[in-house]
Design a binder for this molecule. Sequence first.
Ligand SMILES: NC(=O)c1ccc[n+]([C@@H]2O[C@H](COP(=O)([O-])OP(=O)(O)OC[C@H]3O[C@@H](n4cnc5c(N)ncnc54)[C@H](OP(=O)(O)O)[C@@H]3O)[C@@H](O)[C@H]2O)c1
Length: 270
Amino acid sequence: MEHLQTQGISLPRLGLGTFRLQGDACRAAVESALALGYRHIDTAEMYGNEDAIGAAIAASGVARKDLHATTKVWHENLAPDAIRRAFDASLKKLRLDHVDLYLVHWPAPNMNLPAMFEVLMRLKEQGRTRAIGVANFNIALLKTVVEEIKAPIACNQVEYHVMLDQTPLRKYLSSKAIPLVAYCPLAQGRAASDATLAAIGRKHGASAAQVALKWLLDQDGVAAIPKASRAESQRANLGALNVGLDDEDRQAIAALPKDRRCVNPGLAWD
Ligand SMILES: NC(=O)c1ccc[n+]([C@@H]2O[C@H](COP(=O)([O-])OP(=O)(O)OC[C@H]3O[C@@H](n4cnc5c(N)ncnc54)[C@H](OP(=O)(O)O)[C@@H]3O)[C@@H](O)[C@H]2O)c1
């Protein structure tokens, strides 16, 4: 598995998303993914599944040093004390003594960015999270965090897939050597049934979903966290790393509609 080096951590470029997976189904999906070789698990306090993920990690026997765990603080908990409480609760549920990446999940209208990042940087200094980052931040918010506060942001996790253009954001992030972690990398499953991607896949003995993932992973500084509950899809998504796309394929993907946003982070993009 290829990794991205960012702010002292080594981030596996393909991870497992876990939104809408809960309870025993979540535990089974994460156990299956870890057994297949996934070493990057993405969760959030808002997903209500950190307990199940903690149980799966504990049962997996995977050495802690080989695992990358990301979790996130929800926008209702961005006051300094609330971040600390949310962080403690996440760590306890995950049964870990540190996470690898702690993200601000979503910007809030009344957030105090300097105060938030002071707490996040303290958690990093204490080794309770190895790195900090953001999700759903637009360029204006990123500029404040990166250029004014000078927080050591290890990524911006945003929606990105074959049907959504993120060129301006990608350019800004790459100018600062900050990885983009692509969420909804399969456009919430829509990419798997796209006729153009399926035709490209037929050329290479791959599926439409694998083509969509490889298109992302061919881009410098991009990681992807597809959610898959079934072992078969988890295995197929790992296999995307072996697909080879050519210029003709990339041209066909460039011609797909690029305005199909699945998630609207409101404030972040106004
Ligand atoms: N930071 C944020 O605000 C934010 C927002 C949204 C998502 N995320 C993160 O990003 C992750 C991924 O996004 P997402 O779950 O919304 O959407 P996604 O990963 O784009 O798509 C998930 C859907 O694709 C299906 N799928 C997976 N692999 C497949 C394959 N090989 N062939 C066919 N279908 C396949 C899954 O089916 P099954 O479920 O049946 O396996 C599921 O229905 C989330 O789980 C979460 O961790 C973060």
